[in-house]
Write a new protein. Structure first.
Length: 131
């Protein structure tokens, strides 16, 4: 019978790696102190992995940044120089670009799997059911 295209994705829709162009990344974060840089990197990577920005909640942000609330509040304004606080949500362009790239690649990969594992009958590719 036909081969199904519903093979499991080992990432399960999760982003577990991303490309970082070091010169660009360091250029946009050059003004950050070491503690702010560490917090920024942790927040951005978690933003990418969770595929959503954070609410402006100091307790939660401090935990995500691996800091105490006092430590977070001391560097928050510095981190906000490279992140964007809009409507109570902390956004990051770098993270959001990576999420969009991942979604685009995922869609392309799903289409490629359908073509690769689709059934060819009479010279025509049968549609493989989406799950």
């Amino acid at each position: 019978g036909p081969v199904s295209s519903s093979r499991s994705d080992p990432r399960n829709g999760r982003i577990i790696w991303t490309r970082v162009f070091l010169a660009d990344f360091l250029g946009r974060t050059a003004s950050l102190s070491p503690p702010a840089m560490g917090a920024y990197v942790r927040l951005v990577f978690r933003h990418i992995m969770q595929q959503q920005p954070f609410a402006d909640n100091d307790n939660h942000l401090a935990r995500q940044a691996g800091m105490t609330v006092k430590e977070w509040r001391a560097i928050k304004d510095e981190v906000l120089e490279v992140m964007d606080l809009r409507d109570g949500i902390l956004h990051d362009d770098f993270a959001e670009e990576r999420i969009q790239q991942f979604k685009k690649r995922s869609k392309t990969n799903q289409q490629n799997v359908k073509v690769r594992y689709g059934v060819v009958t009479g010279g025509q590719l049968e549609d493989v059911a989406d799950d």
